[in-house]
Design a protein around this ligand. Sequence first.
Ligand code: ADP
Ligand code: MG
Length: 680
Amino acid sequence: MIGISKDIQYLKGIGEKRAELFRKKGIKTVEDLLYYFPRSHEDRSQMKEIADCVEGETVCVSVTVFSPVKDARVRRNLLVSTMIVSDSTGALNVVWYNNRYVKGQFMTGDEYILYGKITKSRGKKEMINPVFEKKGTSRFTGKIVPLYPLTEGLTQKIVQSAMEFAIKEAGSLEEYIPDEIRKQYHIAEINYAMKNIHFPEDFDSYNIARERFVFEELLILQLALSSRKDENTIKDSVKFDDILCVRDFVKTLPFPLTGAQKRTLNEILSDCKSGKMMNRLVQGDVGSGKTAVAAAAIYTAVKNGHQAAMMVPTEILALQHAQTLTEFFAGMNINVVMLTGSMKAKEKRLAYDMISTGAADVVVGTHAIIQDTVGFSDLALVVADEQHRFGVEQRAKLAAKGNNPHMLIMSATPIPRTLALILYGDLDISVIDELPPGRKSVKTYAVGESMRKRVFAFLEKNVSNGMQAYVVCPLVAETEKSDLQNAEMLAEKLQSIFTSFNIGLMHGKMKPKLKEAVMDEFVRGAIQILVSTTVIEVGVNVPNANIMIVENAERFGLSQLHQLRGRVGRGGEQAYCILIAHGNNEVTKKRMETMCISNDGFYISEQDLQIRGPGDFFGTRQHGLPEMKIANMFEDRDILAVSQMAAKEIMEEDPKMESDKYKKLRKRADRIINSDIVMN
Ligand code: ADP
Ligand code: MG
């Protein structure tokens, strides 16, 4: 027995070379290997006699070698090896293609178990490229066998047998989920589960084992997340004495707030009145009117005599939001100041002065806002984008700038409630689940490359009629190999096709000032078609743009496509979104279909979870979650709910998990927190 913390190189059959291959998969220790779960299992438990084998079925047969392997080189690049085996009921041809190793492996009279699919050739039963092992070994046949995700150089047999040794050599595993919890939630014991997740006796045992590890993974994740909660919710913060003044602001809006906006605003303001620090996430689909709600909260902060800050991810957005807020607050004696990294030193200094003296009531800016050089006179509210989920350090910085300012985080990626509770376990959540009335939904079409001519014709017609369009591509410039439309090339191409239009180009590698200039031209209508990477994804508002074309749409996450689509349809005109997708696989088809049938961000994000694909919700790690080894947030939502209850109970009983009972779990949770994918 070598234990679980040893390097896998100590396992039989794993030398330096193979260990390196495993390391590529993040597997260094025996324990890592044990937690490398199979992607599926193959039922090789069914034994049949040759006479009973039916064409098309996949079975095990117990046979004797009748005539050993003969090689025949059929073509220069095709080697066919054949062998004849038999049992008491009949004979079977065994065939391998281009396998130089089978010759000489088998001797007449040897007894083997073969596993493979039965086919027929010239009336004779045949098995092509079977799994085989000597009778009596029973490692790869005669039972349910795990199949693992592989990398180049690793075969199923290598991983399977390494796993077998690992389970043997690991010895008795330490249980870290307390018995009490296991009993309460019917969770299998770890040694039983470990054996049966890899080498189950039957599929029931496998399911029981799998449930345990899903539960374990989700439980530990949640414990890790809640320990980041730091005591924000009980920290004292600025108290807004007068929250009713918000009515004066709401009155001036050109529209009545929706019910969902009102509810959300109430939740925010009662937090601000409580004297305890607010930590609230507002989730709302694109166009649900988050900005108006944020503006109302900012207004209230200012009218209570404090300062407010709004943090956005890009300079363009800073500019737009500064403009929007200035318009909202026109004639209200509220001074909005902008602060971004690309401002000239002199401009910055002026902004700093205004911020520190309190002459600036509202500061809109990028990350520049939390630089050390910025001192507020009385910061009481910070509105931030989801991308600015603050880590402990940044929080401390922010708190130092004010008196534990209230935090309002805005998210335009609506996600199912259960999941939100996990991802944002440390926040209170408000949901704006209603769009302002009278919104036309964006008509969405998914097309293939063959439709490009028609797409361009459609584009030409609409732009000629005075509309504007976005064309979004996944990449900036040609990289190594690229069948992807890239922004620069596409802009050139479009310019050569549409000679009478102005085509603009914008991408992440451009200087902020240049981006701003391009965006400005687009807003003014001097540019009719803006070719861009996803930098326009978040928040920009150009009401006259009503066409969104996405190149290589299959490369984007659904939530991301939905965000992009949200850039159009902001004026009164019918808007269109055309997704040009390449490749015809089922996943792509389903994903595109989802976009075409739904305009509902919650539904789409749910689908994003379910039909995983490139750039999917978890794939992109856009939420800073560690990669799940076994749990599927969507399919395992029942276990998710149960593990949530368990996590809550534990946190209530022993928030720091210091007792003997929870110490081991705590260690596991700490590992996630300390891993490189630290949740921000
Ligand atoms: P989000 O930030 O949630 O994507 P915005 O705040 O940018 O959405 O709002 C989108 C558009 O809807 C803006 O033009 C805004 O003025 C308008 N709007 C917001 N709330 C309402 C409402 N209750 N009724 C009508 N229009 C609204
Ligand atoms: Mg917005």
